[in-house]
Each structure stands twice: as C-alpha cells, then as structure tokens.
Write a protein that binds this ligand. Sequence first.
Ligand code: EPU
Length: 364
Amino acid sequence: MFDNPAMLVQKNVPLQPFNTFHIVAKAHALVRITGESDVQALLADPEMAAVPKFVLGGGSNIVLTGDVRALVLKVEVMGRRLVRETAKAFIVEAGAGENWHDFVTWTLDAGYPGLENMALIPGTVGASPVQNIGAYGVELQDRFDSLDAIDLQTGQLFTLNAAQCAFGYRDSVFKHVSASDTEAGHRAVGLKDRALILRVRFALPKPWEPVLGYADIDKQMAEHQCTQPNAQQLYDWVCAIRRAKLPDPDVIGNAGSFFKNPTVSSEQCADIIARDPKLVHYVLADGSVKLAAGWLIDACGWRGKSVGQAGVYEKQALVLVNRGTGLVGGSGATGGEVMLLAKAIQTSVYERFGILLETEPVII
Ligand code: EPU
C-alpha cells in the first residue's frame, strides 16, 4: 500500500512536531501537498484514491488521541500576493500552508492592514476558515473574500464565497459531514474530510478603521494614553495581550481555547447570576447571552489543576496545556489524558451551572 513511486509517501511519521499540543502520535502514512497537482496525482492512483484521508494544517486545533490511520495530507501550499485593489478593499491571497501570524505580519508590512486583531493566533492560513478564527472583536469571516479548494473524491477544483463556507462562531462547512436527512428534510452540505483548502483570499477594507471596544484593548489604550491607534499599534498590543495570558505553543503545548464560549437564554443567565453575581457575560444582539467559559471553569476551581501531564493553564482556564512539553526524555501528556481532563471539566461545569461546554479543537 502507498508504494506509488510518483508520490513521496512517508511512513510511520512522528506527528509530535506537527501538532501544537505536542502530543506523541504517528501517521501510518503522510504525503506533503504543495499544490493541486499533488492531490490530482494522488487521486490518479486507485489505491490511494480509495483510502480515508485526513488533512493536516498547522495542527493548532487538534487533539490526537492515537496514531492516525487515515492517509495524512500535510498541506504545504505556499505564496502570498496582492490579487487586486478595488475602491473598497485590498484583496490579498495566501497559500494554505503559510503560517497565519507571519501572513498577518506580512500584510501589515506591505500596507494592507485589517488582520491586526487576529495577530499571533497559532496555525496556518488554510486552517483559519475551518474554525473561523477570531480575536478581539474580529473574526475571519469579517475579512474573508473567497477560497480555492480541491475535492478529495473527484479531484475537482472549486471556489467558495463566504456564504458557501457557512461561517459560525468557531464553525464552518469544513467542520461538518454531509448529511442527506436533516430535521428540515434538506440535504445539509458538509465538507469535513472532503475538501482540501489550497488558497484563501481576504478582503481588507479601505479606508482602514480600527476595531476597538474590547476590554483588553481599551486597557492598552488607557495605558498608552492613545485614543486613535494605528494598525501597527493594535498589532503590538494584541501580541502583548496574547503573550501575557496565552501560552506559547513552542514552549508549552496547547491548542488555544479548548472550549467554546456557550450561549444561554437571558432567563438562564439571570438564574446563574442570582447564585453567582460575578458571572462574566455579554448580551448578544438577539437577546441571548454569551458566557465566558474560562470564568465558568475557573469558578469550578480548575485553574492550575492537572490530570497526568495534561493541565489547565494558570493564567487562562479556557486553555488546556501539555505540561510534559520540553521535558528532557519526557513524552508529555497523551491525548487520552487531555480528554479525561476535558471530560472532568465538562462534568463539573455541568453540575454547577447546568451548561455543557462544547470542545473547540477537533478530536482525532
Ligand atoms: N476569565 C476568568 N478566568 C479565566 C479565564 C477567563 O475569569 O481563567 C474571564 C476573564 O477575566 C474575562 C473573560 O473570562 O473577563 C473572557 O476572557 P478573555 O478575554 O481572555 O477571552 P475568552 O472569552 O476566554 C476568547 C476567544 C479567544 C480570543 C479571546 C480574545 C473563544 C473560545 N476564545 O477567549 O480565542 O483570543 O476571546 O478575543 O472564543 C482561541 O479560540 O483559541 C482563542 C484563544
């Protein structure tokens, strides 16, 4: 199997360097994808075309709970360019394999601001639409233009606009499998394990306007006595905020926020506040209320706790970390330990607040 000389298939590849949790696991077989022709060559081999496939980007939003049996397609499509400039926006494109933060830095240096609030998010450009990354008041969908992808069954290239990506909070069409029978009787389109994203285009609005109004940013504005920051200042502040409260995956393995911030009804929120007046919450436009999952976890006493070598980060309870990363000879937390810790947190938050926290990374 996988002995096609035309393809560079690597076997038994350690995945520890390719996931930001630095969990030890292996890919039985791995192919590096540098463009659509690599996918087409792969699909031309009937044996390879038939096997299940797993698309790996920067590995910043996955938990590996064992060796990966599916053929791992490691996306290494590179390149960054200005596609065109219109009266309203710069349309900028990047290959899916480009590092997200390096791309954000490049756009600013090249004079195309607009991504600064999302600086320093770990991962690749190709993974950014999958979970609709976001930070400090800006989500990917606010800056998205379109993307090119390839169908892993047919080898056909296709382009999707924002509506077709069905973006939601840390969600998109790429996180869902296709289902033929939904409650409404429609065919729900899902592209999980079906599409490999090759290139993403962003529309960076002109004229640039800062996105402010987030508590941590407001604090920086007050500290620097600056009411009208430029894009570079915002970028520097976002980097400083993230470095202060989020662990650097190169130093301590992690996958960013491990849970989504849950949304509840105003009644349920009032009920919790009656018992826990300090509950951190944000009222949404439709009257429902978003709760800070980090606060809920913290209130249950989890900050700093561990299961084996999987732990809850001391400075931000929403982030689970691999305490074994960097230890000489240590193999670190297993995916099983991370999931055991996650389940224990979910149980105690459910018992105390009646809320089931949803995990944000994809569990493999
Ligand atoms: N809080 C606590 N204790 C904690 C953690 C948080 O009380 O241990 C409180 C904070 O004091 C704050 C509130 O919870 O009042 C919210 O915390 P924070 O501002 O750090 O943001 P978050 O809701 O925890 C979200 C995103 C982050 C993003 C930040 C900034 C999700 C799941 N997470 O975190 O995204 O960087 O807002 O916009 O929506 C990621 O997705 O990986 C990620 C890091």
